[in-house]
Design a protein around this ligand. Sequence first.
Ligand SMILES: Nc1ncnc2c1ncn2[C@@H]1O[C@H](COP(=O)(O)OP(=O)(O)O)[C@@H](O)[C@H]1O
Ligand SMILES: [Mg+2]
Length: 493
Amino acid sequence: MCIQSGELVIISRGKLYGKVREKFKSLRVYVIVMILLAGFIAGAFVYGTMIRTYETRAVSLRTAEIQNQCTILSNQLLSYQYLQDHSSEVIEASLTQLTNIYNGRVMIVNQNLEVVKDTYSLDEGKTNVSENVVRCIQGESTDYYDKRNRYIEVASPIKDPDTGEIQGVMLASVSTDTIEDSLRMLSSRGAAIFVLAIILILGFAFLIAEQIVRPLRSMAAGIEGVTEGYVDEVLHVDGFSEMGRISTEFNKMLGRFKRVDESREEFVSNVSHELRTPLASMKVLADSLVTQENVPIELYQEFMEDIAKEIDRENDIIADLLTLVKMDKTAQNLNIRQMQINELMELILKRLKPIAEKKNVELVLESFRPVTAEIDEVKLSLAISNLVENAIKYNRDNGWIHVSLNADHKFFYVKVADSGIGIPKEDQEHIFERFYRVDKSHSREIGGTGLGLAITRNAVIMHRGSIKVHSEAGTGTTFTVRIPLMYTGGSLA
Ligand SMILES: Nc1ncnc2c1ncn2[C@@H]1O[C@H](COP(=O)(O)OP(=O)(O)O)[C@@H](O)[C@H]1O
Ligand SMILES: [Mg+2]
């Protein structure tokens, strides 16, 4: 039973702690508590200092006052020779006055430490050897504040002003009740002001917390709106500059998403269009065969050949699309290996040579130096092959293609220069886009999907390289690829 109840306590305490922690996760609560805490500490400090300062000051003033009175009285004593003859009425009166005003007790002790006068009449005739009196006899006036018993004790030497000889000690102890009373009043008033200040600070804290939290809340609502699908909404937060920045960055991100979305839509519509074109041609060809009667076998054959070509084209597009999609997907897992680039280039050109020869295009490779680099063989081969294929396809009869390989200490460079039809300036910035072709009808004739350069660019970027084109219409084109010799992984932009 006992253990059980103990567990219960622990569990509920844990829950409470959890709840408190949960609350503290709220920025509003956090800000309020922090401001309140700061206010409390500052208030308590001011309050404490104020009380203490008042007390010290009041006590030291009172002490000085008593000391003054004692000095005056001492002089009077001496002039009436009170220490020798205690019958002076004047002195009696002065002593009574002093004790009345300050609500205290005065003792006069002579050189032999004998109490000659006690206004309380308790110690008269006795010997006083208290430390204060002894020290005072040696010429040192002392004072002492007993806070607990609420009195100040002052010991003042009775000193002959002419000879400087100490003839006795005047011991005055006065009550500090009045100081204590003022202090109590001050405390209660101070406490009231303190509570009032805390209430004000609490209100203030609520206001500040609200001001901080409001833009955040509206930002959260804005983001929620965007997530729920009002994609066109941009975030407007006028508040602190930090929050303004967050909303600017968010809007930028949103803009990027929108662009990605648009380009995806455009891509899908392009894909559909591209896939449909060969189908439409086939449909026309097939229809015309079906609707005509007595079609000669030669026409059948011719049309069927055309249909077969369209099927090939459709296949090419699908194959390129798949390559492209795969590239996007595997951007993170390149199969990087240290490779001899010279050999790789030779291999690529050897494979493409027959196609070049068919068009009577001269294909030469110039390697300036041996190059080894960390690359993905398949992807880089594809990239370079596409460039050389283009150089063959868009060349003139009896033209030339000049492929060169060079390197510095950081990168290697592959240049593919041709003597072909060239690319007009206005098209150069678009040729890397998917499905973009400069001359649709011409490249259709030559055959091409418009995806080759997009694939090449992707492959190059995956290697953290760059690709540039330099071309003049009618003269020729040069593509320059730059790839780092050492692959530095990490996330791709
Ligand atoms: N070496 C080149 N000379 C002239 N034009 C080129 C060359 N390379 C690419 N182009 C132009 O860029 C377009 C895009 O190339 P690419 O993406 O490889 O598609 P395609 O399948 O048409 O070859 C081509 O259609 C062509 O108009
Ligand atoms: Mg191509």
